[in-house]
Design a protein around this ligand. Structure first.
Ligand SMILES: NC(=O)c1ccc[n+]([C@@H]2O[C@H](COP(=O)([O-])OP(=O)(O)OC[C@H]3O[C@@H](n4cnc5c(N)ncnc54)[C@H](OP(=O)(O)O)[C@@H]3O)[C@@H](O)[C@H]2O)c1
Length: 272
């Protein structure tokens, strides 16, 4: 399975689906999951300092036969490491755990009040050093992005947010498209919520796909990059097999009706 790629605003290409790895903490499960994903064609892996699995992902990737240049590795700076004195050293620990000299994408995990602006300056230093090919943010609303864009030297290439058919965020998608910020969809399966929804079931039957594949394809159709998490071999294979069909206008209209502002995670809107 060859996954199409999207060009980020600063130049590099990112595979249009990535493996989510939140809550995969057990070493053997994590090694097995990453190896299964590689066998099924995944080259894009999403981790974070707080997931406590960077070391296992690093080991699985390092011991694979895949060339580092063909991999796309993302990690995220955890809140407690936003302090200028900690950010660089925490990033260096991440690189050591991931057994690589650079990441493809480094994100600030949350729009931490006050600290996020100085943290972004450190992110820019990391980008300058070549140890992160691209830098970006996560859980940023339009308001957070507007402020960042006003005083950044390097623009964020990516915003990773909760996005799925039950939380479609059309204004944020439009804003990011206009500003040239790629959107990554976290919890693209709404953490398993809604997979038996009748609208999804009807479209699944029409396209001879699963409801999960309809949810993931919707992300691609709206220009986002889904990051489904699974430790189940059959689902890992299923979740990347979304590039041999498209959703037509009537499908997209039907799916638009599922938007319910349903969050499986927290809402960053109130964060100043
Ligand atoms: N930046 C952030 O703040 C943030 C927050 C949340 C998540 N994320 C990222 O986004 C990734 C994905 O989000 P997520 O883990 O919350 O949820 P998700 O990918 O929406 O859903 C994962 C759940 O769906 C199940 N599943 C996976 N594929 C399936 C399929 N084909 N059919 C039926 N069930 C399926 C999984 O079960 P099994 O594993 O048992 O198969 C698991 O219970 C995370 O792993 C992480 O990398 C980022």
């Amino acid at each position: 399975m060859t996954v199409p790629k999207t060009k980020l605003s600063n130049g590099p290409y990112i595979p249009q689906v990535g493996l989510g790895t939140w809550q995969i903490k057990d070493k053997s499960e994590c090694l097995q999951t990453v190896r299964t994903a590689l066998e099924n064609g995944y080259r894009h892996f999403d981790t974070a300092q707080i997931y406590d699995n960077e070391q296992y992902i690093g080991e699985a990737l390092k011991t694979s036969e895949i060339n580092r240049n063909d991999l796309f590795i993302t990690t995220k700076i955890w809140l407690l490491n936003f302090l200028s004195t900690r950010l660089l050293s925490s990033f260096e620990k991440s690189l050591n755990k991931l057994q690589t000299d650079h990441v493809d994408l480094l994100l600030l995990h949350f729009p931490v009040p006050k600290l996020r602006h100085s943290a972004w300056k450190k992110m820019e230093e990391i980008a300058d050093s070549g140890r992160a090919n691209s830098i970006g943010v996560s859980n940023y609303t339009i308001r957070h992005l507007e402020r960042l864009l006003k005083d950044c030297r390097i623009r964020p290439a990516v915003n990773q947010v909760e996005l799925h058919v039950f939380l479609q965020q059309p204004e944020l998608l439009k804003y990011c498209e206009v500003e040239g910020i790629a959107v990554e969809a976290y919890s693209p399966l709404a953490h398993g919520y809604g997979l038996t929804n009748p609208v999804l079931a009807k479209l699944a039957k029409k396209h001879s796909k699963s409801t999960a594949q309809i949810m993931l394809r919707w992300c691609v159709e709206v220009g986002a990059i889904p990051l489904p998490k699974s430790t189940t071999a059959s689902r890992i294979a299923e979740n990347i097999d979304i590039f041999d069909f498209t959703l037509d206008e009537s499908d997209l209209i039907a799916l638009r009706g599922l938007n319910a502002n349903h969050r499986t995670s927290w809402d960053p809107t109130p964060i100043p």
